[in-house]
Write a protein that binds this ligand. Structure first.
Ligand code: BG6
Length: 508
C-alpha cells in the first residue's frame, strides 16, 4: 500500500472525545501497519491549559483503551506519542493563529516534516467558520510549500442555509478539492462493500431496480442512549445527527447508477444524482411520511434506564427526536414507485445497521395451498456488527409434498481467516493523507441532502401538533412507525426478533 508524503496533522478540539476515542487510535493503528509517512507530527490544539507531557499521557491512555486491534501490539506506543505536541489557544483570537503558525514551522523544522499540513476540525461545529477564516488570515491555507487539506467533521451545518453559508465561507478561503467533509459511515468497509456487491457481481445488478425490488429498508439502530453528549444531541436530534448524513449516504450507494470509474467525482456524481432525484416530502405530508419519537424510562433486563428528558444536559421539556423513520421515493427510471424506508434511533433493543432489499414475489404462487403467503426473498447487507450478507429464500422442506421453508444463505466477514476490518477513521485519515476524496461528501451532495431534509425540519418547527411519540427505552421505536410501511401485513424487519420486546423491557 502507498505511503503518504511527510506531513503535520493539526487537530482542533484535541481534548475532546473524538480525538481520544477515534482519531488517535486510528493513527496509531496506521503507524503499526507502516501506513504513516516516514516523518510526521501531530499537534493537538485545545482551549485548556495542558503540558505536552500531560497531553501525550492522555493520548497514550486513549490508545491503550480504545485501540480496536489490540493484538497488533502496543509496545511502540511511546515512539508514537513522542510525535505528539499540544498547543493551547483561544479560537477567537487572531494573534493565537499567528503563534500557531510559528509553532507549526518550529515543529516542521525540528521533525523534518516539510510543508504539508492537514487541519482537522474536531471542535463544536459553531467554530468551523472562525477557525477556517483565521487559518487563512494567518497565511496557513496557501499551498506554496506543500498541500493544505481541511477535514471537517459532521454535522456540516444545521440546515440548508447554514450548510450553504459554511460552504461559501470555505470556498472563499480554499478550493473544494482541499476540503474533506467526513461522514464516517463512508469509511466503513461494509458500506464500501455496497459498491462491490452491486458492481462486481453479475447476479445482483440486473435485479436491482423497480422491476424486481419491492421495497428497500435501511436501519441504523443503537442500543445506547445519548450518554454524556446530551448537550450536543439536544440541539441536534436524530434527523440531523444520523439521517442527513449517514443514512442518506447509504441510500446514495444503494440506489446510485454504476459510476463510469472509481474516480472520486465519478462516484460522487452518481450519489448526487440520487439525492437530486429524492422526491421532496411536502411540508403538509411530513406527518404521514415521517415518524419521530423520544425514548422514555424503562427497565431493560432488570436495569432501570433513564428517559431521554432526564439525561445529563437535556432539557426536561425537550421535544428533540431520538428516533426517526421516513418513507420516501426516488423519482428516476430505476426506482420509480419503489418505497424506501429508513429509520434510526437510540435506545433500541440492539445495535445494528443493515440495508434490506426486499424482492418482489413470484408472479404466480404455485405453493399457495401448502404455504399460504410466501415470505419473499430478501438480501440483507449487514453493515455492523457481525458484518456480512444474508440472502433469504424459500426451499422445499425434505419429505412428502411441497412444504416450503424460508432459509438463509449467510456470509460473515469474520469467517475470512485473513480479514481485518480497519476502523472507519483509519481508512478516512489514510485517504486524506493520500489526497483521495472518494469517501468524503462534496459541497453539492451535502447541500442537496439538506434540501431533502429541510421540509421535515420546517414542518416540525412550524407545526408543534406533529407528535413526538414516546417509546420505552429498549423497544423498536414508536408503534406508528409501522404504519409507514405500505402493503397489507408488511412490517419492518426486526433484526433480533427472537428476543420478544416484552422480555427486554417493562415500562416504569
Ligand atoms: C455519529 C453520531 O455520527 O454516529 C452518534 O453523532 C452515533 O450519535 C454514531 O452514535 C453512530 O456511529 P456508529 O459507527 O457507532 O454506528
Amino acid at each position: 500500500m502507498e505511503k503518504p508524503f511527510n506531513l503535520i496533522l493539526v487537530i482542533f478540539g484535541a481534548t475532546g472525545d473524538l480525538t481520544s476515542r477515534k482519531l488517535l487510535p486510528a493513527l496509531f493503528s496506521l503507524k503499526n501497519q507502516g501506513l504513516m509517512p516516514d516523518k510526521c507530527a501531530f499537534i493537538g490544539v485545545g482551549r485548556s491549559e495542558k503540558s505536552v507531557e500531560d497531553f501525550r499521557n492522555d493520548m497514550e491512555k486513549a490508545v491503550r483503551e480504545f485501540l480496536e486491534d489490540k493484538d497488533a501490539g502496543i509496545s511502540n506506543i511511546k515512539q508514537f506519542t513522542a510525535c505528539i505536541d499540544y498547543f493551547k489557544m483561544d479560537y477567537q483570537s487572531p494573534g493565537d493563529y499567528e503563534k500557531l503558525r510559528q509553532e507549526i514551522e518550529k515543529i516542521s523544522a525540528a521533525r523534518g516534516t516539510g510543508g504539508n499540513i492537514i487541519f482537522y476540525m474536531a471542535t463544536p461545529p459553531s467554530l468551523y467558520e472562525v477557525i477556517a477564516t483565521n487559518i487563512a488570515k494567518a497565511g496557513m491555507g496557501v499551498q506554496n510549500d506543500g498541500f493544505r487539506r481541511f477535514i471537517i467533521e459532521k454535522p456540516f451545518g444545521y440546515d440548508l442555509e447554514s450548510a450553504r453559508n459554511l460552504n461559501k465561507t470555505l470556498h472563499m478561503l480554499v478550493q473544494e478539492d482541499q476540503i474533506y467533509r467526513i461522514d464516517h459511515y463512508l469509511g466503513k468497509e461494509t458500506v464500501q462493500n455496497l459498491l462491490v456487491t452491486r458492481f462486481a457481481n453479475g447476479i445482483f445488478e440486473p435485479l436491482w431496480n423497480r422491476n424486481y425490488v419491492h421495497r428497500i429498508e435501511i436501519t441504523s439502530a443503537e442500543s445506547m442512549g445519548v450518554e454524556d453528549r446530551g448537550g450536543y444531541y439536544d440541539g441536534s436530534g436524530a434527523l440531523r445527527d444520523m439521517v442527513q448524513n449517514h443514512l442518506l449516504q447509504m441510500v446514495g450507494l444503494t440506489a446510485m447508477e454504476p459510476p463510469s470509474s472509481l474516480e472520486a467525482d465519478a462516484i460522487r456524481n452518481e450519489v448526487l444524482k440520487v439525492f437530486q432525484s429524492l422526491q421532496p416530502i411536502k411540508e403538509e405530508d411530513v406527518e404521514k411520511q415521517v415518524i419521530r419519537g423520544q425514548y422514555t424510562p424503562s427497565k431493560i433486563r432488570g436495569e432501570c434506564v433513564t428517559g431521554y428528558r432526564y439525561e445529563k444536559d437535556v432539557d426536561v421539556h425537550s421535544r428533540t427526536e431520538t428516533y426517526v423513520a421516513i418513507r420516501f421515493y426516488i423519482d428516476n427510471w430505476r426506482w420509480g414507485g419503489v418505497p424506501f424506508y429508513i429509520r434510526t434511533g437510540k435506545r433500541l433493543p440492539t445495535r445494528v445497521t443493515e440495508v434490506v432489499i426486499h424482492f418482489k414475489q413470484t408472479p404466480h404462487h404455485l405453493f399457495r395451498r401448502v404455504m399460504g403467503k410466501l415470505s419473499g426473498n430478501q438480501l440483507i447487507i449487514r453493515i455492523q456488527p457481525d458484518e456480512g450478507m444474508l440472502l433469504k429464500f424459500d426451499m422445499k422442506e425434505p419429505g412428502a409434498g411441497f412444504n416450503v421453508k424460508n432459509v438463509n444463505m449467510d456470509f460473515h466477514y469474520k469467517d475470512l481467516a485473513d480479514a481485518r476490518m480497519p476502523s472507519a477513521y483509519e481508512r478516512l485519515l489514510y485517504d486524506v493523507m493520500l489526497g483521495d476524496s472518494t469517501l468524503f461528501s462534496r459541497d453539492d451532495e451535502v447541500e442537496t441532502a439538506w434540501k431533502f431534509i429541510e421540509p421535515i425540519q420546517k414542518a416540525w418547527k412550524n407545526n408543534p401538533a406533529i407528535k413526538v411519540y414516546g417509546y420505552p427505552a429498549g423497544t423498536w421505536g414508536p408503534e406508528p412507525s409501522n404504519s409507514l410501511i405500505e402493503g397489507e401485513g408488511l412490517m419492518w424487519r426486526y433484526p433480533c426478533k427472537n428476543m420478544a420486546d416484552e422480555e427486554l423491557y417493562c415500562e416504569l
